[in-house]
Design a protein around this ligand. Structure first.
Ligand code: NAD
Length: 245
């Protein structure tokens, strides 16, 4: 393991355009469970509440689960050493961008600047009628469903639901970043959610070396990963940072 971490550190040190691609696994050590697996959120909650048609037809029921999960619970989470390590890498000029599938805002909370939120974010809400964006922190969720202060339209979290497309800008910029990368660091993602799961292959086909950090092998590990660092992101990433000092 020590040798592999050293190899990964050297690759990052000598890179010109390293990009990180993160999934739910990077936030597990902040207390946010992933969707899949034994402790996954989908064992406790029915994913139907995140289906866009269900949201529009069963709005109150969907909003009750969304409030509990993404605002009461996610809202209390703090960045962990993995988020902080990526922010440090960016400050050192060794990470050009983060593409995240997460909606929890923890990369920005750790200080990362260039973050492409491939699935949107819970930190803003959008009016389904007039499209005005609202900061989630300013929205009172005591009475559901929340409504727009401009037009009284229904508010929806600004992350994508099943049945919705990827935000246009994030999609464009993420694929561009993957194409431009020479080192692509895949952290805490199963690779089961399309089209996000195409990004590592795009990077690999463009000539990037793939470093992967995960507690278990993913769909990428035996296909395209060059260096697989098996373990917790919050332990491995800080070791890479100390190797750069
Ligand atoms: P996933 O739930 O499918 O898989 C999580 C992955 O993280 C697994 O491969 C697991 O082995 C790995 N993992 C668990 N703990 C880890 C750790 N400490 N360090 C490193 N790896 C660890 O997640 P996904 O592939 O990101 O896809 C699920 C979708 O769910 C994404 O779209 C994501 O937006 C969304 N989601 C987001 C959050 C969040 O915002 N924090 C939480 C749950 C799900």
């Amino acid at each position: 393991m020590e040798r592999k971490i050293k190899e990964a550190t050297e690759l990052i040190k000598n890179s010109k355009h390293a990009v990180a691609f993160t999934g739910a696994g990077i936030s597990v050590e902040s207390g946010i469970p992933p969707f899949r697996g034994n402790d996954g959120l989908w064992n406790k909650y029915d994913p139907i509440v995140l289906d866009i048609n269900y949201f529009h037809t069963n709005t109150n029921e969907a909003w009750e689960v969304i409030r509990e999960l993404f605002y009461d619970f996610f809202g209390k989470a703090k960045p962990n050493p993995a988020h902080v390590a990526l922010a440090d890498l960016e400050k050192k000029g060794l990470l050009k961008a983060i593409i995240t599938q997460n909606i929890d805002n923890l990369h920005q909370a750790a200080g990362s600047k260039l973050v492409y939120e491939f699935h949107g974010t819970a930190s803003t809400m959008v009016c389904t009628k007039c499209k005005k964006k609202h900061n989630s922190s300013g929205i009172d969720l005591k009475i559901l469903p929340p409504t727009c202060n401009e037009c009284t339209g229904l508010l929806k979290p600004d992350f994508i639901f099943f049945g919705e497309g990827i935000p246009e800008q994030a999609n464009k910029l993420s694929f561009k970043a993957a194409e431009q990368s020479d080192v692509f660091i895949v952290i805490g993602t199963t690779g089961e959610v399309m089209p996000a799961s195409m990004l590592p292959s795009v990077a690999e086909k463009s000539g990037a070396k793939i470093i992967e950090i995960n507690t278990e092998p993913s769909n990428f590990t035996h296909q395209i990963t060059d260096i697989f660092l098996e373990g917790k992101a919050g332990e491995i990433l800080p070791r890479i940072i100390s190797g750069l000092l």
